[in-house]
Structures are given as C-alpha cells and as structure tokens.
Design a protein. Structure first.
Length: 117
C-alpha cells in the first residue's frame, strides 16, 4: 500500500515542479504586460500634463489680453465722455451766441426807421 501512495504522490510532485515554472513564466509575462501598460499610462499622463500646461499658458495670455482690452476700453470711454462734455459745452456756447444774435436782430429791427413807418 505504501507503494501506491508513492506512485500517486510521484506524478503530483512532478506536476507541481513544472507548474511553478509555468506560473513563473506567466507571472513574468503578466509583469511585463503590466510594466508596458504602466509606461503607456505614464506617457499619457505626461502628454496630458504638457497639454494642461499649454492650456494654462493660453489662459494666462487670454487673461492678459482681456486686461489690456478692458484698460483700453476704459480709456476710450473716458475720452468719449470728455468729447461729449466738450460738444455739449460748444452747443451751449453756440446756442447763447445765436440767442444774442437773435436779440440784436430784434432790437435793430425795432429801432430801424423802416420799422416805424
């Protein structure tokens, strides 16, 4: 009976010895696959980081441009207000001159000899 147990145990031990070698090869292959996948992930991450940095740079440039445009718009608005005030003052001045000329004309017309006849 002891021989029967050995016979059964014999091939099982041999199979176990081969199995770890097969497992080691599988594990090595799986490890290489995982390392390759990790390299791809790191490359993708680096590309995304680079793209993010570019996007941040574009955003910074856009914000600076916006600030310059807002400044220029403020200057134009101030200039427009100044021009409106100048034009309004000129209109008041011309209106006053016109009113004086009209008053003089009325006075001259009333004082002229033809107006009396």
């Amino acid at each position: 009976m002891a021989t029967a147990k050995m016979a059964v145990a014999g091939p099982a031990v041999v199979g176990l010895e081969r199995k770890p070698e097969g497992e080691a090869a599988e594990l090595k292959k799986r490890n290489e696959e995982l390392e390759a996948e990790l390299r791809e992930i790191r490359q993708r991450e680096e590309r995304m980081r680079t793209e993010l940095e570019r996007a941040w740079e574009r955003l910074r440039v856009a914000e600076e441009a916006e600030e310059r445009l807002c400044f220029q718009l403020g200057e134009l608005e101030a200039e427009a207000v100044e021009q409106v005030r100048d034009y309004h003052a000129r209109i008041r001045s011309l209106t006053a001159e016109l009113s004086q000329a009209h008053n003089l004309l009325v006075l001259q017309t009333a004082a002229s000899p033809a107006a009396r006849s």
